[in-house]
Design a protein around this ligand. Structure first.
Ligand code: LLP
Length: 417
C-alpha cells in the first residue's frame, strides 16, 4: 500500500486502511488523531530504499510524532532517532531504538539531559555552541566517559520556507557560526573526552525544492576538504531533515531526489552520512477527525465550527498552514465557499479560510489531513480542553495509542487545598 491509497471512500464512507473513520468516531469521541500504520510503514520503506542505497543512516526526528506506537514502527524498521530532550530520549529507548543509533540535537541541552544521554551511551551529540561544548567536556570528565560529537554549523542557506521553521540563515539561533568553527574543532581535538565526528546541518522544515540541499552539500564538501587539510579528521556529516510533504498544493520533495543530490555532491568524500527526517515519515499517515458543532450562517460566507481547535492542531494558527479537509461521509452536495474554524476564543483559531467544500451541516464529521506530524505533539489543554486521544489503525484493527487526557486529569496536577 502506498501512503496515498490508505485513505479512500468506500460505500460512501471515508476509510483508513480497512476501517471507516465514522465507525471509530462512534466509539472514540471526537476530536481524535488517527494514524495508519501501513502508511507510516510505506513511508519508512521509501525512505530506507532511497537513503540506504546511498549508504546513509536514518534517524527519525522524534519531535514530529513521539507516540510510543509510532516510535515502535521506526524501531522495528531499524531506524535510529534524532532527539531534542531527555523525554524524547526516554521515549526512543522505551520504544526499542538502540542508544547507539541516537543523535541528540537541540540548542539548549541542559546538564541533566546531557548526563542522561551520556549514561545511555548515545551515538552522537550535535553541539550548537561553545559553552555547550565546554559543558559536555566537563561532564564527560566527571563521569569518566567519552562522547562522539559533531558541530552543528549554520550553513547560511535560505530554504525559503515559513519564517518560523527557517533555521539556517545568518543570525539564526541555531548552530555555531562559521567564524567560531575552528575554535570549536580545536577544543574538541584537544579534549580527551570528546571524539570528533564531523559536521551537522538542518536547513529548515517543509522544504520543497532541492536547491537548499544542493547548496548545503556543496558548502559541506568544501569545508570537509578544507578542514581535513588543516588536520581535523572529519568522518561524519549529518544533513538533518526538512523534506517537505504535499499539503494539497502538489509541492513536496521525494526522498529519492534528495538522496541523489547527496550522493552526487558528497560521493567519494569518505564520510558517513546521516539524515533526520521527521514530518515526511508521518504527516500524510495521520488525520484529525472532528465533528462540526455548528454550521453558522453569516455573510459573506458561512462558518463551520469544529469541535477541534488550535489547541489540538496548532499548525494553521502558528504557521498559517493549511490542511486539506474531507467529509467522513462522501458528499454529493454542491460546493460552496466557507470558513472552517475551531471553538477557541481567538481569531487565529481557524483551519481554512474561504475554502471550497461540499455543503456540510452541523453534526457531520470531517477529517483534516496531513495531521500525522506536529499535530498531537503540539497539542495542549488550552481553554481547559481535553488533550485529545490518538488512535492507530493496523489493517482491520484499531487501537487507542494515547487515551484522552481530560480536563479532570489535568486538574489533578494542581495543588488546591
Ligand atoms: N533535525 C533537526 C535538528 C530539527 O530541528 C528538525 C525539525 C528535524 C530534524 C526534522 O525536520 P522535518 O523532517 O520534520 O522537517 N512544528 C513545525 C516544524 C518544526 C520543525 C523543527 N525541527 C511544523 O509544524 O511545521
Amino acid at each position: 500500500m502506498n501512503s496515498e491509497s490508505f485513505l479512500q471512500y468506500r460505500d460512501g464512507q471515508l476509510y483508513m486502511e480497512s476501517i471507516s473513520l465514522n465507525s471509530i468516531a462512534e466509539q472514540v469521541e471526537t476530536p481524535f488523531y488517527c494514524y495508519s500504520a501501513a502508511a507510516i510503514k510505506a513511508r519508512i520503506g521509501d525512505c530506507k530504499s532511497a537513503f540506504e542505497s546511498i549508504g546513509a543512516t536514518i534517524h527519525y526526528a522524534v519531535k514530529a510524532n513521539s507516540n510510543l506506537a509510532v516510535l515502535r514502527l521506526m524501531a522495528e524498521a531499524g531506524l535510529g532517532a534524532d532527539i531534542v530532550s531527555e523525554g524524547e530520549l526516554a521515549r526512543a529507548l522505551k520504544a526499542g531504538i538502540p542508544p547507539q543509533d541516537i543523535i541528540f540535537s537541540g540548542v539548549g541541552k541542559r546538564t541533566s539531559e546531557l548526563l542522561a544521554a551520556l549514561d545511555a551511551g548515545i551515538f552522537q551529540f550535535n553541539l550548537e555552541s561553545i559553552p555547550e561544548l565546554e559543558r559536555l567536556a566537563d561532564l564527560c570528565e566527571s563521569r569518566g566517559r567519552t562522547a562522539n560529537v559533531s558541530i552543528r554549523i549554520n550553513p547560511e542557506v535560505d530554504a525559503a520556507t515559513h519564517r518560523h521553521i527557517t533555521t539556517a540563515v545568518r543570525g539564526s539561533k541555531f548552530g555555531i557560526p562559521f567564524s567560531q568553527l575552528e575554535l570549536a574543532l580545536e577544543r574538541i581535538v584537544r579534549s580527551d573526552s570528546l571524539r570528533l565526528h564531523g559536521l551537522a546541518v538542518h536547513l529548515g522544515s517543509q522544504i520543497v525544492t532541492l536547491e537548499p540541499y544542493e547548496k548545503a552539500c556543496r558548502r559541506l564538501r568544501e569545508w570537509v576538504i578544507e578542514l581535513r587539510d588543516k588536520g581535523y579528521p572529519i568522518t561524519h556529516l549529518d544533513l538533518g531533515g526538512g523534506f517537505g510533504i504535499d499539503y494539497g498544493d502538489g509541492r513536496c520533495l521525494a526522498y529519492g531526489a534528495v538522496a541523489a543530490v547527496i550522493d552526487r555532491e558528497l560521493r567519494n568524500l569518505g564520510v558517513a552520512i546521516a539524515v533526520e527526517p521527521g514530518r515526511s515519515l508521518v504527516a500524510t499517515a495521520g488525520v484529525l477527525v472532528s465533528e462540526v458543532v455548528y454550521r453558522k450562517e453569516v455573510e459573506p460566507v458561512p462558518f463551520l465550527i469544529l469541535d477541534a481547535g488550535m489547541n489540538d492542531l496548532l499548525r494553521p494558527a502558528l504557521y498559517q498552514a493549511s490542511h486539506q479537509l474531507l467529509t467522513l461521509k462522501q458528499s454529493d452536495e454542491a460546493r460552496e465557499i466557507c470558513n472552517v474554524v475551531g471553538p477557541i476564543c481567538e481569531s487565529s483559531d481557524s483551519f481554512l479560510q474561504q475554502a471550497s467544500l461540499p455543503r456540510v451541516n452541523s453534526g457531520e464529521r470531517v477529517a483534516l489531513l496531513q495531521a500525522g506530524a506536529y499535530g498531537a505533539v503540539m497539542a495542549s489543554g488550552y481553554n481547559s480542553r481535553d488533550v485529545i486521544p490518538e488512535v492507530m489503525i493496523t489493517g482491520d484493527q484499531y487501537g487507542l495509542i494515547r487515551r484522552r487526557i481530560s480536563h479532570r486529569d489535568l486538574m489533578e496536577y494542581e495543588n488546591f487545598a
